[in-house]
Design a binder for this molecule. Structure first.
Ligand code: AMP
Length: 285
């Protein structure tokens, strides 16, 4: 496929025309939802999409309803032309670029609330966030009607919320997670990393380092509590303002006190004004 073939689509009619053609030809369609400001982490999802299907749709929409009133919606990076160049290079088939008038037309009055994995962690700290995510992802899934949709494990709670919702509401989409892509020093790639000052960027990998150390020890620990306290202190010493550092069941995200089943260590911490999140698997030993 030539790198000229990226379709840039802004209307539901044109989207359905392309996806309808592909579906009729029996091609597997994979959706990668994003908010743009694409980096190698997003592109690893596109790469995986190309592996598991024939047609790759990448949506770009900075969703206002998943940002809180004091969050970074207005300053969130918007670099559409650079994003499209990256998608051409990655040989995605279609960039789905819905305007706000398509996503939230006048009179829009529906919101999806997912319980279970939305509880605690980012769900408590960012009220309305997962409801905003669930609502916009539901719209994107119904617009594109992919066979498969890929989400990064980087946003592990989001992945679990979407999987729960799709299961609960019998939506016929296969939701798959893709492992977190990291910088060589361990920092998880994120569109928000560009907010970090050079000094903060130098400190940022300490989040992953502290978590990796803990994740290794939690698998064999009789009780997670003391290790989590130790981890919080280590993060504070390194200059972070941690919001949470918790061990959860890897499937349901219920709180657990030991990793007797596969678990996940999840953290959110501020470094200066930038909020970083990360998570790692914890395997029982
Ligand atoms: P965003 O544009 O931040 O909404 O992210 C779009 C998708 O890319 C989400 O499913 C994210 O979890 C995923 N993603 C973001 N950063 C990474 C990363 N470093 N590795 C893998 N996936 C990522």
């Amino acid at each position: 496929m030539s790198d000229q073939s990226l379709l840039r689509v802004g209307s539901i009619e044109a989207l359905r025309e392309a996806t309808g053609r592909w579906r009729a030809a029996g091609e597997t369609i994979v959706l990668v939802p994003t908010m743009g400001a694409l980096h190698a982490g997003h592109l690893s999802l596109v790469e995986e999409a190309k592996r598991v299907g024939q047609r790759v749709v990448v949506s770009i929409f900075v969703n206002p309803t998943q940002f809180g009133p004091n969050e970074d919606f207005s300053r969130y990076p918007r670099v559409l032309e650079a994003d499209l160049a990256l998608l051409r290079e990655a040989q995605a088939d279609l960039a789905w670029l819905p305007g706000v008038e398509i996503m939230y037309p006048e009179g829009f009055a529906t919101r999806i609330e997912v319980g279970g994995p939305s509880g605690g962690l980012c769900g408590d700290l960012r009220p309305g966030h997962f409801s905003g995510v669930a609502t916009v992802v539901t719209k994107l899934l119904h617009q594109v009607q992919p066979d498969i949709a890929l989400f990064g494990e980087k946003d592990f709670q989001q992945l679990k919320v979407i999987q729960r919702m799709v299961h609960d509401l019998d939506m016929p989409f296969d939701i798959r997670g893709v492992p977190t892509l990291r910088e060589p020093d361990g920092l998880a790639l994120s569109s928000r990393n560009r907010y970090l000052s050079p000094e903060e960027r130098a400190k940022a990998p300490e989040l992953h380092r502290v978590m990796a150390d803990l994740a290794g020890r939690l698998g064999a620990a009789a009780a997670a509590g003391p290790l989590l306290c130790e981890g919080l202190s280590a993060l504070e010493t390194a200059g972070f303002r941690p919001q949470y550092l918790e061990l959860r069941d890897a499937e349901t995200l219920a709180s657990v006190t030991t990793a007797s089943r596969p678990a996940r260590l999840l953290a959110a911490a501020y470094l200066g004004n930038t909020r970083l999140i990360d998570n790692l698997p914890v395997t029982p030993v």
